[in-house]
Design a protein around this ligand. Structure first.
Ligand code: 5AD
Ligand code: SF4
Length: 483
């Protein structure tokens, strides 16, 4: 196997963390078409695209899929027998990276048996220096590594792999542009993710995202609205507006008028059945967003509002720009506008030197808020972020103990909240046959609760009224009401 590497750009986290925010980020329109050579290579070949991580990564994979399908490649689930395997990776916690090394190890034999096979890495992990050095040195059969900022170069990069028979590393560590006009093959027929912005300028001390995804760059309101109108015309029922910090939407445009509440209202006015958004940041949340949420019935009564920690000391060291009092006041204000809001959150346990008292503050906020759901994580140090070098005297065992205690608290609250749904009539957008029972179909209520009912698949894609009969911690069982 050829092992020469061509390094066009190797990731550089220091460079990636620099910000020059004087002017808005540039926008460009993607244009790339495959060479005859690439088309000839792709003929009859298969690709396997594996995606980990957040919705932004899923959206990127929809774009990559379209590029590959345009080559007339066949989609394949099994990486062992695919001609091209692409891992669109996540870097938020270490375990996502460890999984990728495991997957790569599993592919060693198939790569050696088929020297033509192209194995590639892209996504957030590709933007990190250390893991890419490790991959360069330990997985010689990884032939292609590219980053977040050059998805639309995929044809040129594949061409280079074929022509030079070299390993290509092309991971620009730049602040990024807005790239419009990339093709996309959406994975869902009724629900769609719509990017409203890219990147993040917040630099929470634990988070790698501002380094992997570049500076905050907001799309224009008219581009977002045009995308939602197209989706509506194609029969989509629900859009989720995506950004790392949607409440800061528009800040970078510096026009003094563009804000998230303007955008949300414009999207609601398209008349699409359902609008959701994520992720919100408590420090940037403004009351005008609650007003818009309360005024448009097609904005769903569900909010994901990451807490991260309930301790003021920890929040400060996390660089979150709010404290417990401010967070709780925001929840109170939210409930004054939308009393039955479904509230979910993200919480990190075991941040460096988190004390038992700090953790108790987190539990206290959970009890006070009564979350409907929470995504809980044990802190994972990320090379290149400030918190990675914070001293940490808390043992692994202690962190695990707190993690389990938090999970118990959250499960208790979620179970109690779900029980209150029994007897209610809710509207469900059905999107699939139930994974556990093929006589049932599944979908989400307006409050983002998973609901299963007995029915055939003909109702998939429809919004129907359901009476809730039974509750589990994270799902409900109901019966269809006649319409
Ligand atoms: N360790 C653990 N959890 C993290 N998150 C982000 N960075 C880390 C990290 N280094 C969590 C946060 C964030 C969610 C997407 O992932 O809670 O909101
Ligand atoms: Fe990471 Fe904080 Fe930005 Fe979210 S807001 S992506 S946690 S830096």
């Amino acid at each position: 196997m050829k092992n020469k590497s061509e390094i066009i750009a190797f990731p550089d986290l220091k460079q990636a963390g620099r910000r020059d925010l004087k002017a808005p980020a540039p926008t460009r329109v993607a244009s790339s078409s495959p060479s005859q050579k690439l088309l000839a290579w792709a003929k009859g070949k298969s690709y396997c695209l594996q995606t980990s991580g957040c919705q932004a990564n899923v959206r990127d994979s929809e774009i990559l899929s379209a590029y590959l399908e345009n080559l007339k490649m066949r989609k394949e689930e099994d990486p062992l027998i695919s001609d091209l395997v692409l891992f669109n990776t996540c870097a938020v916690r270490e375990n996502a990276e460890v999984k990728i090394y495991g997957e790569l190890g599993r592919l060693k034999k198939s790569a050696e048996d088929n020297p033509e096979k192209i194995i590639g890495i892209c996504g957030c992990m590709a933007q990190e220096e250390k893991p890419m050095r490790f991959i360069k040195d330990n997985f010689p059969y990884v032939k292609l590594v590219f980053g977040i900022h050059n998805l639309d170069s995929i044809y040129t990069l594949l061409d280079a792999c074929l022509t030079d028979e070299k390993r290509i590393f092309d991971v620009p560590s730049k602040q990024g542009e807005i790239v419009e006009g990339m093709p996309s093959l959406r994975f869902d027929k009724y629900k769609a993710f719509v990017n409203i912005m890219y990147g993040c300028d917040n630099f929470c001390t634990y988070c790698i995202v501002p380094y992997t995804r570049g500076r905050q760059r907001s799309r224009k309101i008219e581009d977002v609205v045009a995308e939602v109108n197209c989706l509506k015309a194609e029969g989509y029922k629900e859009v989720t507006l995506l950004g790392q910090n949607v409440n800061a939407y528009g800040f970078d445009l510096k026009d003094g008028v563009t804000s998230f509440s303007n955008l949300l209202e414009a999207v609601a006015k398209t008349g699409i059945d359902r609008v959701r958004f994520m992720t919100s940041h408590p420090a940037y949340f403004t009351e005008d967003v609650f007003k818009v949420m309360a005024s448009y019935p097609n904005i769903m009564p569900a909010l994901h509002l990451p807490l991260q920690s309930g301790s003021d000391k920890v929040l400060k060291r996390m660089n979150r720009h709010y404290d417990q009092t401010k967070y709780l006041a925001l929840v109170k204000l939210l409930r004054s506008y939308i009393p039955d809001i479904y509230l979910s959150t993200d919480i990190i346990v075991g941040f460096p030197n988190e004390t038992e008292e700090d953790f108790e503050e987190t539990l206290k906020v959970c009890r006070e808020v009564g979350y409907d759901n929470a995504f809980t994580f044990i802190y994972s140090p990320r090379d290149g972020t400030p918190a990675a070098i914070f001293p940490d005297g808390v043992s692994k065992e202690e962190k695990s103990k707190r993690f389990m205690a938090l999970k118990d608290e959250i499960d208790k609250e979620a179970t109690a909240a779900a029980l209150k749904e029994v007897g209610k009539t809710v509207e469900v957008l059905f999107d699939s046959v139930s994974k556990k029972n093929d006589e049932m179909i599944s979908g989400y209520s307006r409050h983002n609760r998973l609901v299963h009912v007995k029915s055939d698949s003909s109702l998939i894609g429809q919004i129907r009224k359901v009476k809730i009969l039974e509750s589990h911690t994270y799902s409900l069982i109901g019966e269809l009401l006649d319409e």
